[in-house]
Design a protein around this ligand. Structure first.
Ligand code: PEP
Ligand code: MN
Length: 338
């Protein structure tokens, strides 16, 4: 349920209303806008007397929210959420590019890629230290030493780091990680979602291979219900009957999610297509569709990559793509990559 309160209202009356709602055992999410304040009520609202609240003169409107996601709902928070990662802003009219290898392979590899993507204007460095591989015999990542190498790359370049958490047992190792990624395969690992929600860190939540957008929003809700509102949604392609691409990029997810939620949404054209030469056209299409950013796999030597080489751009290709993205941004009303 949402209660829209007039901004001109008496402060004491406003406080009394919030207090009264809290006394009903509900959580109250306050969103202060230009002309009105929206109170989002989370919990069992069946005992709330809508007519009584509507009759208060400080109240403009009361509305039941049918969707099961509340904190993530744009009705609760009409303005875009802007997630701040070390001064880099995601959401609103900002644009973010996260780039780096699928997995951290060595110190020289991650430092070389970090320097290259930084020089091309990337906002953040990605790199997997713990890799969720289909085969137990495939490279599983450098694990804790991979995190250390990412932190070294951050020290060298100043780029915040984004890396995937696979298990709550590893949370301690992620203390200095800027953005925790929850991968597609863990989108509905609810215990993991609850634990990352307690960290208060920015969380990059990827859509599952076979999950609906509503399920993605419900997973965001799990994180937000723990008090962490810094969630970045990521569409990375879904399973369809098509076999010519690794997955099918659901670009309509961008405008649909923009309508349903205030959270920023970014596109991963690398995992969506699985093919390096498709990364540029799908990135530019995503910019056109209104994405808040991109996460792109870049490797210094894609042919020798230990993971996802076929979909990785080399630094030159990434540089060319960044130029095209920067050219497009003013056309879609976005600031330069920050
Ligand atoms: C990744 O980003 O390296 C990754 C494993 O992505 P996804 O969870 O989308 O497959
Ligand atoms: Mn990958």
């Amino acid at each position: 349920m949402i209660i829209v309160v007039k901004n001109s209202c008496d402060k004491k009356q406003y406080e009394n209303l919030v207090e009264w709602v809290k006394d009903l055992g509900l959580d109250v999410h306050e969103s202060h806008g230009q002309t009105s304040t929206v109170l989002g009520l989370v919990g069992d609202t069946s005992r709330v007397d809508i007519d009584l609240i509507s009759s208060l003169d400080i109240v403009e409107q009361v509305q039941r929210v049918q969707e099961p996601y509340k904190n993530a709902n744009r009705k609760f928070h009409p303005e875009d959420t802007i997630v701040d990662v070390g001064g880099h802003k995601i959401g609103g009219d900002n644009f973010t590019v996260i780039a780096g290898p699928c997995s951290v392979e060595s110190e020289s590899q991650i430092i070389e890629v970090a320097k290259a993507v930084k020089a091309s204007g990337a906002s953040m460095l990605r790199g997997g230290a713990f890799k969720p591989r289909t085969s137990p015999y495939a490279f599983q990542g450098l694990k804790d030493s991979g995190i250390e190498l990412l932190l070294k790359a951050k020290q060298e370049t100043g780029l915040p780091i984004v890396t995937e958490l696979l298990s709550v047992n590893h949370l301690d190792l992620f203390r200095d990680v800027d953005v925790i990624q929850i991968g597609a395969r863990n989108m509905q690992n609810f215990e993991l979602l609850k634990e990352v929600g307690k960290t208060g860190k920015p969380i990059l939540l990827k859509r599952g291979l076979a999950n609906t957008l509503q399920e993605l929003l419900m997973s965001a809700e799990y994180i937000m219900a723990e008090g962490d509102c810094q969630v970045i949604l990521c569409e990375r392609g879904i399973r369809t009957f098509e076999t010519m691409t690794r997955n099918t990029l659901d670009l309509s997810a961008v405008p649909v999610l923009k309508d349903k939620t205030h959270l920023p949404i970014i596109i991963d054209p690398s995992h969506a297509t699985g093919i390096a030469k498709l990364v540029e056209p799908m990135s530019l299409a995503a910019v056109g569709a209104g994405t808040d950013g991109l996460i792109i796999e870049v490797h210094n030597d894609p042919k020798r990559a230990l993971c996802d080489g076929a979909q990785s751009l080399d630094p030159m290709q990434f540089n060319t793509l960044m130029g095209k993205i920067q050219t497009m941004l003013p056309i879609v009303g976005r600031k330069n990559v920050n």
